[in-house]
Design a protein around this ligand. Structure first.
Ligand code: GLY
Length: 405
């Protein structure tokens, strides 16, 4: 067994320096440095857990979840099929951004490198390339300007663009499910992958990537939402003509329900689309998509996994959706009117305060940051669990709050 307790000592020393050198890091009653220090402790606990065993750390195995009944990470192999494999490297990059600790940076680099081969796979396995490669390499490039990372992102963006169907106007999410779902399918989660296309188009990639992202956003805006601005999880289009066939769910309660994380992806995704295009139609739209979500939140601002589950208030929560929305709202609050901006910022703070309470933080129980996320309720998987993407968007939101975005 390889001891890693020294990691903790080094981390705390770096953190003290980090906290001392920053002002304005407490937002109202919410002490963002204290919470980021908690995240750093949990990161080091996780690294310690991953390094156990005769072989030491296997950098191809990524923490994915901690089920309610256990207190150790279930890890999965970093392959093209594992859509969550980029979140742990991304968390390490964020923790490095906060601590500036070279030990964390070295770990971030090693886990990030484990994904490199995925960027060579063509045609792309599915749309999750954005999650996989931009949370990891995207953050890595942002912090290091490592040229090799840029190449990986550009290659991944080109592979993702191969899934674009110009007739439908969107990127195909699940090539393997075309037959089962009755056509070209696009899921709301796919909105998150657009950020990598926008980035690539500005950083040496094909300019057409920008047009693909905009087409995807426009088509999704047209067909993927109901008149009340709640979203379907899945939209199906005729693969040949591109005509919209139907909206349906996959991970939500029903075809007509508001699945919390789907709506969260929409809020985050259209915030990014507005940032990248500056087109006011997206700003108007994202506020409508956000307001219908905020209006129906329970008192602690953490949604039930689906807003329309009849089991509410006994249904499980989805802390991951709250993390995604908190992060998005901190950005969006800077784009809207001052009045709306205060509403969104206040809502984001309430989400982060709840998430940072004993009810939602793992504390000493487990090495993840947060409890109570729900992955795939209809499948019976990852219900009321710690899930890696909740932690990713939580630390992202905390850093946005600390930096003032
Ligand atoms: N992309 C799948 C999910 O949000 O669970």
């Amino acid at each position: 067994m390889k001891a890693r307790n020294w990691l903790m000592g080094v981390g705390l020393a770096m953190l003290a320096a980090c906290t001392d050198s920053n002002s304005g890091t407490t937002s109202g009653q919410f002490d963002v440095d204290k919470v980021l220090a908690y995240c750093d402790t949990q990161v080091r606990r996780t690294l310690d857990e991953l390094s156990r065993g005769d072989e030491g750390t296997d950098y191809t195995m990524m923490p994915r979840n901690i089920p309610d009944s256990t207190s150790h990470w279930y890890c999965s192999k970093a392959t093209k099929e594992e859509w969550c494999a980029g979140f742990w490297p991304g968390i390490l990059w964020y923790d490095y951004e906060y601590t500036k600790d070279p030990v964390i940076k070295a770990e971030a680099e090693r886990f990030t490198d484990a994904l490199e081969s995925i960027s060579h796979i063509t045609p792309a396995y599915d749309h999750d390339l954005g999650f996989l490669m931009f949370c990891s390499y995207g953050n890595g490039y942002r912090l290091t300007h490592n040229e090799a990372y840029r190449e990986v992102i550009l290659r991944s963006a080109d592979a993702l663009a191969e899934l674009f169907n110009p007739k439908a106007g969107t990127i195909l999410s699940w090539p393997r499910n075309v037959e089962m779902l009755g056509g070209h399918n696009t899921i709301m989660d796919n909105m998150i992958n657009l950020e990598m296309l926008f980035w690539a188009s500005k950083n040496g990639g094909d300019k057409n990537l920008y047009d693909i992202a905009v087409s995807h956003a426009d088509t999704t805006m047209k067909y993927h939402f109901r008149p009340d601005y709640t979203s379907y999880h899945v939209a199906v289009y005729d693969s040949v003509t591109g005509h919209f066939i139907k909206g349906m769910t996959h991970q939500g309660y029903s075809d007509s329900s508001m699945w919390a994380r789907g709506q969260a992806w929409a809020i985050y995704g259209y915030t990014v689309v507005y940032r990248e295009t500056q087109d006011p139609k997206y700003l108007d739209f994202v506020q409508r998509v956000t307001d219908v979500y905020l209006k129906r939140l329970p008192d602690d601002y953490i949604p039930y996994w689906d807003f329309d589950d009849p089991a509410i208030p006994y249904a499980p929560r989805d802390a991951s959706a709250a993390c995604v929305v908190a992060s998005a709202l901190l950005e969006l609050s800077g784009y809207v009117s001052p009045e709306k901006g205060s509403t969104y910022r206040e809502a984001a703070l309430r989400m982060l305060e709840s998430l940072s309470s004993d009810k939602y933080q793992c504390g000493k129980q487990k090495p993840a940051f947060l409890l109570h996320s729900t992955g795939h309720y209809p499948n019976g998987s990852e219900i009321d669990a710690s899930i890696i993407y909740a932690d990713y968007y939580y630390i992202e939101a905390l850093l946005r709050l600390k930096r003032g975005i």
